[in-house]
Design a protein around this ligand. Structure first.
Ligand SMILES: [Zn+2]
Length: 271
């Protein structure tokens, strides 16, 4: 599933081709489960740039509207000089950037993605359901600690996945944060010591900064960037999808299920 580094990679690539003027667009006949609002009066409109909060992409139009797009499990955007014929293309814009023709296509094999074309007010209401983005200046240690301690009885990893607190986390990021902070993912929040909370906050950046620089991380059938490239971030993982812990290089990684999600940790390195 695309998490913050992957979504940011897509956002950065999209912004390189902006602004785009829409000439026409087409939808697949099963796009109704992804696109939840009417897509009207788009011809001639300009996509100025693409903003982002957590895993939500925000295409900003020159008429004040916003196309919010969550990639779900397997969604992605393709940029192409020719019409995109890839299977599972559910929305495609034919556009112009100056005089160059560019096709912008949303591809989503599993169709868990979501899109909403909203006016300014509805878009900001939707985005306000999300907590601060992990890369935003507002994501301070004070904010992190207060948000974490909001639910003292929750498992650490479950709270880390809560998008209303920490926008941009996902399963691999949450696993890796716990590993680098040397804290087990199934610790209850109220057992965490002050120093551990500091380490968890620091670990967030240790995980997302390198992954963002290498263009995101991919797992079986999951994510591709706008050119269909898979990203190389997988080399940074220390426990997620690993047999042997890449911190101690000795212990076997243990896999448990926490809140229905595969959860990985090193029994030797993490307390
Ligand atoms: Zn270890």
């Amino acid at each position: 599933m695309p998490e913050l580094p992957e979504v940011k990679t897509i956002q950065d690539q999209l912004n390189k081709i902006m602004p785009l003027t829409i000439s026409s667009f087409s939808k697949s006949n099963v796009s109704g489960s992804i696109i939840h609002t009417k897509m009207d009066k788009l011809k001639g409109k300009v996509i100025l740039n693409v903003s982002r909060k957590g895993k939500m992409l925000d295409f900003i139009f020159n008429d004040g509207r916003h196309l919010l797009c969550h990639l779900g499990m397997s969604g992605g955007w393709r940029i192409s000089k020719e019409k995109v014929l890839e299977k599972h293309t559910h929305l495609q814009f034919k556009t112009k950037n100056k005089n160059a023709e560019i096709y912008l296509a949303y591809v989503d094999p599993r169709r868990f993605g979501h899109m909403y074309l909203y006016n300014e007010k509805d878009a900001s209401r939707k985005l306000s359901e999300l907590g601060h983005d992990l890369l935003s200046d507002k994501f301070t240690f004070e904010y992190f600690k207060k948000s974490l301690l909001k639910y003292p009885n929750r498992f650490l990893k479950v709270t880390l996945l809560d998008q209303s607190l920490f926008a941009g986390t996902g399963n691999y990021i949450a696993n890796e944060i716990c590993a680098r902070a040397k804290v087990r993912p199934d610790r209850k929040v109220d057992t965490l010591k002050s120093l551990e909370i500091k380490k968890i906050y620091k670990a967030i950046f240790d995980v997302i900064n390198p992954a963002t620089k290498t263009g995101g991380t991919t797992f079986a059938g999951g994510y591709a960037d706008t050119s269909g490239d898979k990203g190389s971030g997988v080399v940074h993982l220390v426990v997620f999808y690993q047999k042997i812990c890449q911190m101690c290089k000795k212990s076997e990684v243990k896999k448990i299920i926490l809140a229905q999600r595969g959860t990985y940790y090193c029994p030797k390195c993490q307390k």
